[in-house]
Ligand binder design. Sequence first.
Ligand code: HEC
Length: 108
Amino acid sequence: MYRFPSILIPLSVLIFPEQGFGADKALGESRYNESCVSCHGQAGKGAASYPKISGNEVSYTTAKLEAYREGIKQGPNSALMIMMAKPLSDEEIENLAAYLEDAKYEVD
Ligand code: HEC
């Protein structure tokens, strides 16, 4: 009798291939609030000289963070971001990018 293979490709990979393997927005949000909110503000809305980083495609944010992690300068203040991106794992970058894509700042 035919048995299903025990390892199935998660449906999300087929439907959202650009989001990578199981990107987790909730984990991305908690990582964001741990290390990024102090400069980039609530939900990545930007603050003073720190750029707005929400509302960009997952692929854009992922590419930026990977470049910073490799120590590649992107703008005039890259030193700060290179320092911040160094410790990020691939998974953390995916989660952060997924969270930031449509993170919203609610004014109360
Ligand atoms: C110490 C302040 C600081 C912290 C903390 C910080 N950033 Fe940044 N970030 C910056 C600055 C400054 C830039 C612009 C750097 C440049 O000129 O290249 C930047 C740029 C970026 C960019 C590129 C924006 C663009 O469109 O070019 C992304 C994405 C980003 N940060 C994500 C993050 C994430 C995710 C975290 C948390 C892991 C984080 N940042 C933590 C200061 C910070």
